[in-house]
Design a protein around this ligand. Sequence first.
Ligand SMILES: Nc1ncnc2c1ncn2[C@@H]1O[C@H](COP(=O)(O)OP(=O)(O)OP(=O)(O)O)[C@@H](O)[C@H]1O
Ligand SMILES: [Mg+2]
Length: 226
Amino acid sequence: MVNVQKTVKDYIAGKVVVHALRGVDLTINGGEFMSIAGPSGSGKTTLLNLIGCLDIPTSGEIFIDNEPISNKSKTARALLRRKKIGFVFQSFNLIPVLTAFENVAFSLSLLSLPQKEIYDRTMNILDEVGLGGLEKRFPKEMSGGQQQRVAIARALVKQPALILADEPTANLDSNTGKEILKLMEKLNKSHKSTFVFSTHDAMVMDFAHRLVMLHDGRIVNGKKSS
Ligand SMILES: Nc1ncnc2c1ncn2[C@@H]1O[C@H](COP(=O)(O)OP(=O)(O)OP(=O)(O)O)[C@@H](O)[C@H]1O
Ligand SMILES: [Mg+2]
């Protein structure tokens, strides 16, 4: 479903060019549960942002369901994202003035669905991520793990084919991080969504069904764990 071909990404920082990705080739199949791992600065966020159509490559091409993204306008990329991709961030990124329910329902509000369907889908997914009964809590009234569950529910409620999670457990203690990974694994099975998560944590890498290691903007291996 995702095909990254000879992808290069340079950033201009003042007068300096930063080579964030130096020619990445990667195929991600539908239904995968995989991790992009590597040290700080290796290009993980850059690669996820490109796959998520938040940005376009300097050269090379990325195909989402065989559609190249580089020639698309910002608006066209936003539409593609809305249809196919859910994001989960390291810092949860919930809207502080909205409840758990409202944070999740909000991401459905752009899809012009009937109110009843928005309500049912939101309640169902909150239940599925283990937050039944906490719908009315605001982010600051929840633990980090609970906030990340809201963020996962928000990403999944649109039923996107692809979920991208940039260091989703980095702000959680290791037990809570494990619970979040188990939850993502369960949702990967039940929803058949593809999950791609980045990390520099060996414990998190262990959970992945496939591991791709980035180093200095290049893939240095792509091994199957277990
Ligand atoms: N907007 C930007 N402008 C300039 N340089 C950038 C920008 N974003 C990232 N970089 C640089 O690109 C390289 C890759 O950064 P990236 O954020 O993709 O790494 P990462 O693997 O996600 O790191 P971390 O584990 O710290 O999140 C780094 O050298 C970084 O400094
Ligand atoms: Mg990063």
